[in-house]
Design a protein around this ligand. Structure first.
Ligand code: PEP
Length: 242
C-alpha cells in the first residue's frame, strides 16, 4: 500500500492533473494499493474523476468524525465518506491528535464508525522526539495500539509515523523502522490476539531517494507519504519502485 497524504495542499486543478498523470504513469499491482487522500473538499471531484478515467487509484479521506455527534459543524461522517466512494480513511494522524486533542476513546469510535461502512482505517501511531530520546518508544506505541483490541486485523492497516520524522526531511533509519515495525506486529499478535499479521506501513520524510531502502525491509508493508506525494512524477516513481 502506497498512500499519498496531501494534507491541506493543492487546488482542484492540481488534483485533476495529479490524478490524470498518476493514473497513466502507474504500473498498477493489485497486491499493492495506490491510495490518494486529497483535502476533503476535493473528495467528490476526485471520486468522479477516478471513475471517469477508470483510474487504478483508490480514494482515501484524511479524516472522519464520529457519526454519533451530529451537532458537529464541519464534521464528515462515515456515511458521507461512503457517498463519496472513499474506501480508506486516515485515523489518528499526529497532526489531528495534536490540534484536535484526539484521545484513545474518540479514535476507537472513529475506527468503529469507519468499519460499519466498510471504509478501511489506516491507523496512524508514532512517538514524539522526547519519547524516542528517553528510550520509551515501544511502551508509548503499545498505549496507542491498545484500542485496536476488539478489531479484526485484516480490516486495519497501521501507519507508523515517528512524529519527529514527519515533514522534517529526516526519515527514521532502516534498523529503527525494522525494529519498531516488528515490535508493533508482535504486540498485535501477542497482546491484542490478532489472528493475522497486521500490515504496517511507514511514514515520515519518505522521498524518491530513500523509498527503496525503506521498502527493502520485510517488516515494511508500504508507505504513507506527505510532501513527496504532491508531485505526481515523484509519487508515481515511488509507487513503481515499491
Ligand atoms: C504525513 O503527512 O503523514 C507525512 C509522513 O508527511 P511527510 O512525508 O511530508 O513527512
Amino acid at each position: 500500500m502506497i498512500v499519498a497524504n496531501w494534507k491541506m495542499n493543492g487546488s482542484k486543478e492540481e488534483v485533476d492533473s495529479w490524478l490524470r498523470f498518476v493514473s497513466s504513469n502507474l504500473s498498477p499491482n493489485i497486491d499493492n494499493l495506490c491510495i490518494f487522500c486529497p483535502p476533503s473538499c476535493y473528495l467528490d471531484y476526485s471520486s468522479s474523476l477516478i471513475k471517469e478515467i477508470s483510474s487504478p487509484v483508490q480514494l482515501g479521506s484524511q479524516n472522519i468524525n464520529f457519526s454519533g455527534n451530529s451537532a458537529l459543524t464541519g464534521g464528515i461522517s462515515s456515511q458521507m465518506l461512503k457517498d463519496l466512494s472513499a474506501e480508506h480513511v486516515l485515523i489518528g494522524h499526529s497532526e489531528q491528535r495534536q490540534y484536535f486533542n484526539e484521545d484513545n476513546d474518540s479514535l476507537k469510535s472513529k475506527i468503529t464508525d469507519a468499519l460499519t461502512k466498510d471504509i478501511s482505517p489506516i491507523f496512524c501511531i508514532g512517538e514524539p522526539q522526547e519519547i524516542k530520546t528517553d528510550n520509551r518508544t515501544k511502551d508509548y506505541l503499545c498505549r496507542q495500539l491498545e484500542i485496536l483490541e476488539s478489531f479484526d486485523s485484516n480490516l486495519i492497516t497501521i501507519a507508523y509515523e515517528p512524529i519527529w520524522a514527519i515533514g522534517s526531511g529526516e526519515n527514521a533509519d532502516n534498523s529503527y523502522i525494522e525494529e519498531v515495525h516488528s515490535h508493533i506486529k508482535e504486540f498485535c499478535c501477542r497482546e491484542l490476539n490478532f489472528k493475522e499479521k497486521v500490515s504496517v506501513v511507514y511514514g515520515g520524510s519518505v522521498k524518491l531517494e530513500n523509498c527503496e531502502e525503506i521498502l527493502s525491509s520485510s517488516e515494511v508493508d508500504g508507505l504513507l507519504i506527505g510532501g513527496a506525494s504532491l508531485d505526481p512524477d515523484t509519487f508515481s516513481k515511488i509507487y513503481n519502485l515499491s
